[in-house]
Design a protein around this ligand. Structure first.
Ligand SMILES: [Mg+2]
Length: 348
């Protein structure tokens, strides 16, 4: 696949409602609305409720009129935060280049890791489904704006790729509010002059958009032409550390274990040097056919000893399918903390 397609937008499907269904399976299959105070608003609803026209940000009393037989449950923010943390822990085992947009949404830039965007999506989707039990949708493209449009394409459990050659036509049918930078108020202004879709917007020249939208007009003009220079910015301070090597493809465990052992002591020295400890260990391999695979484990406590890293990486390694020869092996340590903070936490 095109290696420029390195931006992923991920979005949990009906997140709050899905957590409620997961915790209480008897809610499944019926319309479910999160938000139960009459004066409040709907924070999320499941897909069954959406069929009745219910959507998030709608007042609860209106949702009750549209769908009186729905189950209404209160908002349990603490629980959603806890699950969100688990989802992001999985994402961070893949890369640190993650920009969280909200509790259930993020951009991921995979240009620094040896995985294709499809492999990355598959990894996150499979792990989140198996370890947590929730589904999510993904968009893949060459910039943030298009990745976000793509993840919304085909929910739930969607996956859409937008490539350069699909542009700009693929955006034409969208209502113009879909364009990042056009809010409700600006949209109203456009309606008044008969501009409703991205196609209509596309026919306007740049100066006119600046007149309508201020300096953001230039960005909107570029965005619908597939130009968006915004970078994925990770707020995480500590990156992961890792070691990997490529070699003549082999199946020989002696050689492969030797690498794991070497990496473990390299990484342990590195941690101790920098006063760090790690909680998540990942082992990645590349098979002879160039497909990449990764196994990760997050421990209940932080480690920095070579023997601990080696033991866990061997366990992880033993989970891989070994029918094919391996041409690359590596260990990555993430979820790092400074030893000082770690000690403080222990004594707390
Ligand atoms: Mg969502």
């Amino acid at each position: 696949m095109d290696n420029k397609l390195s931006i992923i937008h991920m979005d949990m499907d009906a997140f709050y409602a899905s957590v409620e269904e997961m915790d209480n399976p008897s809610l499944k299959g019926k319309p479910l609305i999160v938000g139960n105070s009459d004066r409040g608003i709907v924070t999320t609803c499941n897909y069954e409720a959406r069929k009745y026209g219910v959507h998030s940000a709608m007042p609860v009393f209106m949702a009750k009129k549209l769908c009186p037989h729905a189950n209404f449950v209160p908002n349990r923010r603490e629980r959603y935060l806890e699950i969100s943390g688990k989802v992001f822990e999985i994402v961070y085992t893949l890369t640190e280049m993650v920009e969280k947009v909200s509790i259930d949404e993020a951009y991921i830039d995979i240009s620094d890791i040896p995985f294709s965007s499809l492999e990355a999506v598959d990894y996150i989707r499979t792990n989140v489904k198996e370890k947590i039990g929730l589904t999510m949708s993904f968009g893949i493209s060459y910039n943030k704006f298009l990745a976000k449009i793509a993840s919304d394409w085909d929910k739930p459990e969607g996956l859409k790729i937008i490539t350069e050659d699909m542009m700009p036509e693929i955006l034409f049918p969208f209502p113009l509010e879909k364009v990042h930078g056009i809010g409700k108020k600006s949209a109203e202004k456009f309606y008044k002059i008969g501009v409703y879709t991205v196609k209509d917007l596309y026919n306007l020249d740049e100066e006119f958009l600046v007149k309508m939208l201020g300096k953001g007009g230039r960005e909107v003009y570029n965005r619908i032409r597939g130009v968006d220079y915004r970078e994925v910015t990770s707020k995480r301070e500590r990156k992961s550390i890792g070691s990997e090597r490529t070699f003549v493809p082999t199946r020989d465990n002696k050689i492969l274990y030797k690498y794991l052992e070497e990496f473990s002591s390299e990484l342990s020295e590195n941690l101790i040097d920098k006063n760090l400890k790690a909680k998540t260990i990942s082992v990645k391999i590349k098979y002879d056919d160039f497909t990449n695979h990764q196994k990760s484990r997050t421990l209940s406590s932080y480690i920095d000893k070579s023997s601990d890293i080696y033991e866990i990486s061997r366990e992880l390694f033993s989970e891989f399918n070994r029918d094919k020869k391996i041409r690359l092996i590596g260990i990555t340590l993430s979820n790092l903390t400074s030893s000082k903070i770690y000690q403080l936490e222990l004594f707390d």
